[in-house]
Design a protein around this ligand. Structure first.
Ligand code: BG6
Length: 467
């Protein structure tokens, strides 16, 4: 592997920081939604707000070369008038400085879902004004950190976030509204383009990308019907983010289908021009699983996600009316307790597809597996299942690099156990265990020591599969 390859781990502000009402942070839409609905929340999360030094020390001792984290918009901008919070600015200076002092490259995401509530009150992502609010927030961050940060991402997973909030309804604002889903998606991609434009105008000395929840599409067979369903699924899952951000083109076949049923008049000619002119330098791909697709048969659209784990295993269902259906019971596959297929070959196929199609640098910005683990009662969780999973996925990346793909980094999700949105804290992804009931004590798992050897050997300790 190239000697500059970035081996790291990743987190997100709301999921790990805690300190939800400290340091001048204002509420995000997640705080309000979870508090109002009496749901498990990330008020304390993993207490990274207070323990970031310990966490970054563990990263260093774990051989990590990079740390992907997000800046919390509600820590930086206090109100809709754009007032900056100096304490929030200082907090991320501290995190970034601590990274640099320990030889760890900060890989910064501007938006990992914690929208300030004052913007949600104004309509959130379905109002055009959100684009300028986001650009102004980005300007503040670029000004503050541009001399220290090289790698910037605008958004984490626009598709997953918008669909969960506006269509599936399991994330705030909890809606089931296709028109709003289209609007929110469009404004987010427009905000991405306008932020890239600002980045270039400000001559920020670094690179800017976007992070996508990548679900490479495969079909159940080679029939024409399946191929057509796969194209629709690829537009649904991937192309409207990747084509738009990287090529500056929203897939025209998707727009023309949507135009038959929905009002797209909010998309202006000049918006398409901005999108065309301002494309990203790199792409971050978060890979958990592929999407196995079959043709649509019948019934209404169903997007059912298992946020309950083992008690709801096997209940996930995705049917997009007239477009496609997703298979969740492939007899040749295994699935996690949360219905995620384990399919490392999809990562190899996905990287190769993305590289052939787009030809820009790729970072695997998230990859990992969740388990129920007894962190409080074990000195160090022996997570051989995670080690096996990570080995197979890194093997897939090494193969893709050997076959010519320009893949430049890999981030395990997640650094430590964190709050997993609607799944709560018991869905654990971390290389480092967190005892949430005992002062958030950090307890590195076997995978942490295993990954240290991978990072330090630049991938040479990975057990390779036969070609
Ligand atoms: C990605 C997100 O979708 O997957 C993370 O960027 C998230 O924020 C991760 O935590 C795993 O998903 P989940 O729902 O299992 O936490």
């Amino acid at each position: 592997m190239n000697e500059n390859f970035l081996w790291g781990t990743a987190t997100a502000s709301y999921q790990c920081e805690g300190g939800w009402n400290e340091g001048g942070r204002v509420p995000s839409l997640w705080d309000v939604y979870l508090h109002e609905n009496n749901l498990e929340n990330g008020d304390d999360a993993s207490d990274h707000y207070h323990k970031y030094k310990e966490d970054i020390r563990l990263m260093k001792e774990g051989g990590h070369k990079a740390y992907r984290f997000s800046i919390a918009w509600p820590r930086i901008i206090k109100n809709k008038e754009g007032e900056v919070n100096p304490e929030g600015i200082q907090f991320y200076h501290n995190v970034i400085d601590e990274c640099l002092k320990n030889g760890i490259e900060p890989f910064v995401t501007l938006f990992h879902w914690d929208l300030p509530q004052y913007l949600e009150d104004r309509g959130g992502w379905i109002e055009r004004d959100i684009c300028s609010a986001f650009v102004e927030y980005a300007r503040v961050c670029f000004e503050a950190y541009k001399d220290k940060v090289t790698f910037w991402s605008t958004f984490n997973e626009p598709r997953y976030y918008v669909f969960s909030g506006y269509k599936i309804g399991n994330y705030p604002p909890g809606l089931d509204d296709t028109q709003k889903t289209i609007q929110g998606s469009f404004y987010m991609m427009l905000a991405n383009a306008l932020t890239v434009k600002l980045f270039r105008e400000m001559k920020v000395p670094g690179q800017i990308g976007i992070v996508h929840s990548y679900a490479p599409v495969s079909g159940v067979d080679n029939s024409l019907e399946t191929k057509i369903a796969m194209r629709k699924a690829d537009n649904f899952f991937n192309n409207w983010i990747l084509d738009t951000a990287i090529k500056g083109e929203i897939p025209i076949d998707m727009l023309s289908i949507l135009n038959e049923k929905y009002d797209l008049s909010f998309m202006k000619e000049e918006d398409f021009e901005e999108i065309k002119q301002n494309t990203v330098d790199f792409v971050g791909l978060n890979y958990y699983a592929r999407a196995l697709i079959k043709p649509y048969t019948s019934g209404e659209t169903i997007l059912r996600i298992n946020n309950k784990g083992k008690e709801a295993k096997g209940t996930s269902k995705v049917v997009v009316k007239d477009w496609f259906e997703q298979v969740f019971d492939n007899p040749d596959s295994t699935y996690t307790e949360w219905d995620t297929e384990i399919y490392p070959q999809g990562l190899y196929q996905g990287i190769m597809q993305a590289y052939r199609k787009y030809g820009i640098p790729i970072y695997i910005t998230e990859n990992g597996i969740a388990f129920y683990e007894d962190v409080p009662n074990e000195e160090s969780v022996d997570d051989q299942g995670r080690i096996h999973f990570l080995n197979e996925h890194i093997d897939a990346i090494l193969r893709a690099a050997e076959d010519g793909a320009d893949v430049r980094g890999y981030f395990v999700w997640s650094t430590m156990d964190i709050y997993s949105w609607k799944n709560g804290h018991e869905k654990r992804y971390g290389l480092i265990g967190v005892d949430f009931d005992n002062n958030f004590e950090r307890k590195p798992k076997s995978s942490y020591y295993w990954y240290k050897r991978v990072c330090e050997s630049n991938g040479a300790t990975i057990e390779r599969s036969k070609r």
